[in-house]
Write a protein that binds this ligand. Structure first.
Ligand code: HEM
Length: 474
């Protein structure tokens, strides 16, 4: 871990623009991660970008450098001098927070650390490239297209089950359960085999509490470990059954699990621990992020009724609108890297082993990259944001996410064109600094669903198709 004391002890080198002794509290006049920040981080990000684009903060993992400008975040994500291997200090820092015997706490958490550290997102080349190659095969456009009808059907069923004549919570009705179902489809989880998405959601919530805590407590780490190991045990049983089927001559299924098992057999995945780590990470990454895009995105769109109506008129704007929602209120607000070799940034020396927090949410509002960055504009053409990351670890699930989000927004636009936030519409944020999302989102439709004339719900046309103005317009 970076040495906290060093942050204030080392004087700024001559000509340095940012003295190392500056910390977030000095710049902001308050702790950074207070409730005001969690509600609306964007004014804080602006202050950081303008006053201190490289800043030491004691609030993240016992001490880390924060970068907030688009160019710097991009550099940290792309440059091999910043390593993705960062779980050791992270998990063990939580152990060190314990006021009991530190060594016991560390050994208590070692199972967690061992599994966690093997996930692709925490690997560097060449291991990362080896595992990513296997995983990428499951995310080819043709594979995703095969999933499209199932995703659309699932969305339609979930929306059909909603009592839309009174306010309903969009998070529990759709945003929370759907991504877990979709990632289950991709992986080949079978509800009949007991792989119920409900478990996934609960485990994932526990893990998110830890992963999203800038300074996780030992208790959070232990709960996350319990959830992670429960996920792993669950997968272990499934993998054993699937392995046996393949050995017995069964045709490999077209899903992530069988692809990983074949890669294990061919030596591309090294051992069952590495295989398990990819399964749990994928399940978590696919679920915890997309749910927030759906709910934050709907809230943003309904808060801009003119743009909601514009989408009604022109569905071709939808792909760009989803990208803008990702930029405007990014579900993943930051990620981390560890400095692999001493380097200079903004006149400061960053030492090997220092942790760097790349503030994606801040970079996506950088006026140097995006004109009028604080305005949501679905017709914006200022290029892609960093919402899915960049460089070797760029999100592998980006295309799936866009497909899923378009299916959801298309069907919402068609079913309930006059959907609106339920007043007083005070957003209830989860309070997670990393995964920015809503606990609930109450919405209502003042008219009948567009397909209410039919006795059984009909499937809507595929996403991207234009549709006539629907019936429940006021
Ligand atoms: C709104 C939805 C999503 C957002 C905002 C998002 C964001 C991100 C970001 C920022 C990264 C890079 C992290 C880093 O560089 O440290 C990433 C990586 C990753 N994402 Fe996503 N993601 C989303 C959906 C998904 C889905 C649906 C899946 C899987 C089905 C997924 C799987 C992954 C994986 C496996 C990685 C690691 C890739 C690697 O290490 O090479 N994500 N995601």
């Amino acid at each position: 871990m970076p040495d906290r004391r060093r942050a204030s002890a080392v004087p700024a080198p001559p000509g340095a623009s940012i003295p190392r002794s500056l910390d977030a509290r000095a710049v902001l006049g308050r702790v950074m991660l207070d409730s005001e920040f969690l509600r609306d981080p964007y004014p804080t990000y602006r202050a950081l970008r303008e006053a201190a684009p490289l800043l030491w903060s004691d609030e993240f993992f016992g001490g880390a450098w924060l970068v907030s400008r688009h160019a710097d975040v991009e550099l940290v994500l792309r440059d091999a001098r910043f390593s993705a291997q960062r779980t050791g200090g992270w998990v063990m820092h939580a152990a060190d927070e314990a006021d009991t015997n530190c060594r016991n706490a560390r050994s208590e958490l070692s199972g967690f650390q061992r599994l966690f550290a093997r996930a692709m997102i925490f690997l560097d080349a060449p291991d990362h490239s080896r595992v990513r190659q296997v995983m990428s095969a499951a995310f080819r456009p043709a594979d995703l297209q095969r999933l499209a009808p199932r995703i659309e059907r699932t969305v339609a069923e979930r929306l059909a089950a909603v009592e839309s004549d009174s306010p309903f919570d969009f998070v529990s009705a759709l945003a929370r359960p759907l991504p877990a179902q979709v990632i289950g489809m991709l992986m080949g989880l079978d509800e009949a085999e007991g792989d119920a998405p409900a478990d996934v959601v609960a485990w994932s919530d526990e893990l998110a509490q830890f992963v999203g805590a800038p300074a996780p407590s030992r208790l959070q780490a232990l709960s996350a470990q319990t959830a992670l190991l429960a996920m792993a045990r669950h997968f272990d049983g499934l993998l054993t059954r699937r392995r046996a089927a393949l050995v017995g001559g069964a045709q490999p299924r077209d899903d992530v699990i069988d692809r990983l098992l074949q890669a294990e057999r061919d030596g591309q995945i090294r051992g069952s621990a590495e295989l398990l780590a990819q399964c749990v990470m994928l399940l978590f990454a696919g679920h915890e992020t997309t749910r927030h895009l759906l709910a934050n995105g709907l809230r943003t769109l309904l808060s801009h009724p003119d743009q909601w109506r514009q989408l009604q008129r022109d569905r071709d704007l939808l792909p760009g609108a989803v990208r803008e929602l990702l930029r405007f209120d990014s579900p993943v607000q930051y990620t981390g890297r560890r400095v692999a070799t001493d380097l200079m940034l903004h006149g400061q020396t960053l030492r090997r082993g220092d942790l760097v927090v790349a503030l994606i949410g801040a970079a996506n509002r950088d006026p140097a990259r995006h004109e009028r960055p604080d305005e949501m504009d679905i017709t914006r053409r200022s290029g892609s944001s960093l919402a899915f990351g960049q460089g070797p670890h760029v999100c592998i699930g980006a295309a799936l996410t866009l497909m899923e989000a378009q299916a959801v927004f298309t069907q919402l636009l068609e079913r309930w064109p006059d959907l609106a936030l339920t007043p007083p519409a005070v957003p209830q944020w989860t309070g997670n600094a990393l995964y920015r999302g809503l606990i609930e989102l109450s919405v209502q439709c003042s008219g009948l669903p567009a397909n209410a004339q039919t006795a059984t719900p009909t499937l809507p046309p595929p996403p991207f198709a234009r549709s006539p103005d629907a019936a429940c317009k006021p």
